[in-house]
Ligand binder design. Structure first.
Ligand code: FES
Length: 152
């Protein structure tokens, strides 16, 4: 959905800024907020661009640079950590050939750390876009990435 359509779903109140930025980023195939997106939100809400940029920069849930088509977020909170998230992270780094905060050259994957995903019962867990993968083992990682590549 285009940012203009998303904006029209909201009233012109600054209280809606976080939700608007969230929806625009969700609709972006590259999972980020462009400069034009920030300007559109600022204009629509009649807020200074510098304020909107400051808000988007402050929260780690927003990205101001393009990310891969598949956003992989690996939980690093204690329950997942205790059950082996560091092994999962090492395997992802090996299979993808990129570190945390980086995007693969084919722009298919961005690897990020996150705090609890709310699915501790299936720790260790990661999320790829909106899908949760739980009870992870290092042996499953290459297969999951292959399936995601084939689905593109
Ligand atoms: S600690 Fe990892 S999902 Fe809750």
């Amino acid at each position: 959905m285009k940012p203009e359509k998303i904006l029209k779903r909201y009233g012109r109140s600054g209280d809606n800024l976080l939700a608007i930025l969230h929806d625009i980023q969700d609709a972006s195939p590259e999972h980020y907020l462009s400069d034009a997106d920030l300007r559109s939100a600022a204009d629509y809400l009649r807020l200074p661009y510098s304020f909107v940029h400051g808000v988007a920069s402050f929260y780690t849930m927003y990205s101001l640079k393009p990310r891969g088509r598949n956003l992989i977020r690996v939980c690093q909170s204690p329950p997942c950590h205790l059950l082996g998230s560091s092994t999962i992270s090492r395997e992802l780094i090996k299979v993808l050939g990129v570190g945390f905060g980086e995007t693969t050259a084919d722009r298919l994957f961005t690897l990020e750390m996150t705090s609890c995903l709310g699915v501790c019962g299936v720790a260790p867990a990661m999320m790829v876009n909106d899908r949760v993968y739980g009870n992870l083992t290092a042996e499953r990682i290459a297969g999951i990435i292959d399936d995601l590549r084939r689905a593109q």
